[in-house]
Design a protein around this ligand. Sequence first.
Ligand code: MN
Length: 463
Amino acid sequence: MTVLRSGSATHVGRVRAVNEDRSLETSTLFAVADGMGGHAGGEVAARTAIDSLESGFSHDPSVDGLVDAVHEANHAVWERGRSDPSLHGMGTTLVAAGLVNTEEGDRLAIVNVGDSRAYKVHQGRLSQLSVDHSVAEALVARGELSEEEAQVHPHRHILTRALGVDPDVDVDVWELVPRQGDRFLLCSDGLTNEVDTEEIEHVLIETSDPREAAEDLVKLANGAGGNDNITAVVLDVVVGEALPDEPDEPDETAAAVPTRAKGAGATLAPDASNPSGAALMGRSEEARAERGEPVAATRHTPPLRRRVPRLITVRTLIFVLLLGGVVYAAWDLVHWYVDNSYYVGLHDGKIAIFQGRRGGFLGIDPKVVATSDITETEVPSPYQGALSSGVEEPSRTAAYNYVCNMGNLVGDAQPLPAPAKCPTPTSGSPAATVPSSPTSTASAVGTPIGMREGAPIGTREAA
Ligand code: MN
């Protein structure tokens, strides 16, 4: 026979406009969800998860039932986010504790996905049960970051697991013996990011009423900045199992160190006979339950290794630097090539000089370097086709010369803006070559050229 007493508090905080946290307190089920996502997404995600969890657990109040309820909650959030574009990308954390009956007696099943937390106060000592599913915590678990560094790590808010992101999710689950006098805390990161563990422990030990304790914790978080929504559910085992005779298991307090829990490490291998993958309690699991370690998680392999990038080794760094050098050099070459390519074409109905390749090259669009006064309609018809697709020239000077010569054809001696200076069109001037004609037959170019007085007809005809 186990009797629980609980109290909770939630607050929007001092910065956010909306409280996207949600909590649940029934006689046997307690939960905190911290929703995230734009618009109404966070609120909807947290509410959907809590409602689904409550309904699922009420149908099957067992450890398996609680884990299944988390899976259903995940699916419900995912489905809503998928079907409603305004809710797309929403998600939520979920930490919950459910009182269940097993053959061995009453148990408290605790489940977690995300970075809301479950703590336990046992004989005046606070220990953290859950492991955050955050990038920072994954680095701590692998010994690449200290707990202190994780507290200020820029990626501490980036979750590696949340409800509603994928159709399936890994769930960490613990099965604990509810010892009389034990106290549990479920809370969102709005509390733990603002208030350090010692202060939380102090409040939980000093304030006997669970609701008062929850309210005090929220007040502390607001006093420390209240940068996020804050939610705390405090749960007391008023009547429960007596303490075992033997001295308290050292792991009860060691559980405060996140490396112990290996929430993902407790993942059972895929097992067809146990599709939910949850809580197959054997003797060793029983022992783990006593120690407050996770007994099992669900069937999927932990995503941490897949999703968290390895820290950079020297070899990787050298490789990346070399690769970067090669890429940089290649990109430089591409730019050199593009920057040294010119063509004459049409821009806003006028003849213009472009730098770059016609139609662009590797995503680098050509840019107009000079626009002439010559309009498209002025251009003699044999040149119009070529100009509209672009006439490539070997250099900028050659492109200027082309435009100057076109200017001569249409009677505009200085078609280009300063500082470009067209050479005085004198017969025989080496710069005054006639633009190459698209049709390039003498008769086709002959006509327009012949119409121009003072045009370099001589050179052309002499050739
Ligand atoms: Mn939060």
